[in-house]
Design a protein around this ligand. Structure first.
Ligand code: GDP
Ligand code: MG
Length: 171
């Protein structure tokens, strides 16, 4: 079975680890398997997904570059309660494109946009339409998730696998 590798990127504190743990382990903010691998089924086909949770490396640009080179797909996470983090994923995508595009076929890079912490309705700073607009612009999917309440987390990783498979077929 092919192992797909995706990186979860975004500002500190947006919930990258929480979303990853929720997906891998089904729990909230509890220890999980540090290999970050999960076997599951997408569109009736089994796959093995390895998730690079870019915890705490945001400051180290060269390490970020290494993670980007290593990954085929990217889950870009911001917090719906923090506008800065929404703007940050735009810069992150630019970095990914700069590193990836020269060797890609020009069909685009597998990306999924995630607005996390949708349970904090009173603290919302980014509207759903803004996320949807960005997704339209980038030709990708947008999900609003909550790692806390386990809302919409699985669809994020199913979609990134779908996108990575498509990229595979194009090669
Ligand atoms: P990371 O730095 O992006 O990996 O962020 P973490 O996963 O460590 O999450 C930072 C903090 O945000 C956690 O300690 C939680 O308190 C909170 N958090 C993460 N996800 C959610 C969520 O879906 N809902 C709420 N209410 N809080 C969350
Ligand atoms: Mg983290």
């Amino acid at each position: 079975m092919k192992i797909y590798q995706c990186a979860v990127m975004g500002s500190g504190g947006v919930g990258k680890s929480a979303v990853t743990v929720r997906f891998i382990n089904g729990s909230y903010l509890e220890w999980y398997d540090p290999t970050n691998r999960k076997q599951f089924t997408v569109d009736q086909q089994p796959c093995l997904l390895e998730i690079l949770d870019t915890a705490g490396i945001d400051q180290y640009l060269t390490l970020n570059d290494l993670f980007i080179r290593k990954s085929e797909g990217f889950v870009l996470v911001f917090s719906l309660t923090q506008r800065d983090s929404f703007e940050e994923i735009i810069r992150t995508r630019e970095t990914i494109e700069r590193i990836k595009l020269p060797q890609e076929t020009g069909h685009g890079i597998p990306i999924v946009i995630v607005g996390n912490k949708c349970d904090l309705v009173d603290e919302r700073e980014v509207d759903m339409v803004e996320g949807e607009k960005l997704a339209q612009q980038w030709h990708c999917h947008y999900y609003e998730t909550s790692a806390r309440t386990a809302t919409n987390v699985n669809p994020v990783f199913e979609e990134i696998v779908r996108q990575m498979r498509l990229q595979d077929y194009r090669r």
